[in-house]
Design a protein around this ligand. Structure first.
Ligand SMILES: C[S@@+](CC[C@H](N)C(=O)[O-])C[C@H]1O[C@@H](n2cnc3c(N)ncnc32)[C@H](O)[C@@H]1O
Length: 341
């Protein structure tokens, strides 16, 4: 199951590896008992996607543009029909990346290749799924987007000479995993199309993604949800939108719209917003929340005011145990589940 999730674009702070633990104590849907899973801060989509694989009806939300593309395609859609690879490679005059972002790409050939694909995606009708496909192409071509260092032009880190040949770039240690893409763009496009099509599947449910604030999603959907998962940005960390700004601009230069929501990264607002999350989801029978960068006993205390049976669990590699002091660095979950009682 984890393997199937590789089709999702990589996401800094994503919960891909702990997704199985999140569901370990939650009731599972069956034909006789369908269940709705609510993930109102979906991020990279790994938890919603896992829920979709388990057969839940998934309602996901997030304020970010990248999440919207992932949610609209990987969560909402049941299938997709992408055109053959050569459609994306037609010649054209498009120069958006070359004009504005040449410093972020290794050389002119790669930049112009992505510009051609981009123009052909933009010229077509099925915008969401093709933009999603394009986002996957871009993020697999530009290693700096995968993990930290989002804000620094690529050239400062590795490439000084735009005319370096591909073989030399591919031999660079940072680029080795990407080398196959750099050296064979056609195969790269074919592989990415294939993985995009495989990522989108039908789980027999009507799943939904909404691009809006978590509290609006709760007001709209909490009443019918069987389980809710919260994964707010940790207080004191960098906001996700600023990390993905390059991504967003590369994807959509013309009508890009910001959506704002309650602030969780700000330490002065975190506790109050956390209390609100707990309160406004009190009607959902099963609750899971990822926490970090804050006194975990204090957060457990807040949850227990509404959910006296809530437990704190630490996910450490491939096992789960009750929390001990000093479990720093591990993934902490607060869970209140019908199955645990
Ligand atoms: C830690 S990430 C979630 C990661 C996700 N669980 C995964 O596995 O990829 C937090 C997400 O919360 C979103 N977010 C932050 N504030 C929000 C708000 N007020 N309403 C909705 N989403 C919000 C951010 O855009 C970000 O995508």
């Amino acid at each position: 199951m984890i393997k199937r999730m590789r089709g999702l674009p990589s996401y800094f702070g994503g919960k891909r590896t702990i997704a199985p633990f999140i569901f370990k104590y939650l009731p599972k849907p069956t034909k006789a008992r369908p269940l709705t899973f609510l993930d109102p801060m979906m991020g990279g989509g790994s938890v919603s996607y896992f829920a979709k694989m388990l057969g839940y009806q998934v309602i996901a939300g997030d304020v970010s543009y990248r999440s919207w593309l992932t949610g609209k395609t990987c969560i909402e859609l049941k299938s997709c029909l992408l055109p053959p690879y050569y459609v994306f490679l037609k010649e054209n005059e498009h120069e958006w990346l070359w004009t504005h972002y040449k410093d972020y790409f290794p050389n002119e050939e790669i930049t112009r290749f992505l510009d051609r694909v981009r123009q052909n995606v933009r010229a077509r009708g099925d915008r969401e799924v093709e933009l999603f496909f394009y986002m996957k192409l871009v993020s697999r071509m530009v290693p700096f987007m995968l993990f930290g260092k989002f804000l620094e032009p690529f050239k400062k880190r590795v490439i000084q000479d735009k005319n370096q040949d591909l073989a030399r770039i591919a031999a660079h240690k940072l680029w080795k995993p990407q080398a196959i893409n750099l050296l064979n763009p056609e195969r790269f496009i074919k592989n990415t199309l294939e993985s995009t099509a495989q990522t989108i599947f039908d789980n027999g449910q009507e799943n939904t993604f909404v691009r809006q604030d978590v509290f609006k999603t709760l007001a709209q959907f909490a009443g019918n949800a069987n389980a809710v998962y919260f994964d707010p940005p940790y207080p004191g960390t960098q906001g996700y939108d600023s990390m993905f700004w390059v991504d967003r601009l590369i994807l959509e230069d013309d009508k890009f719209e910001d959506v704002y929501g309650a602030e969780f990264t700000d330490k002065n607002q975190f506790k109050q917003n956390f209390e609100r999350l707990v309160k406004e989801s009190a009607c959902v029978p099963n609750f899971v929340c990822s926490i970090g960068n804050w006194n975990h006993e204090e957060l457990l205390g807040i949850v227990r005011e509404t959910r006296p049976n809530a437990q704190m669990l630490v996910v450490k590699h491939d096992w789960l145990q009750a929390i001990k002091n000093g479990a720093k660095g591990d993934e902490l979950l607060i869970i209140d589940s019908e199955e645990m009682q």
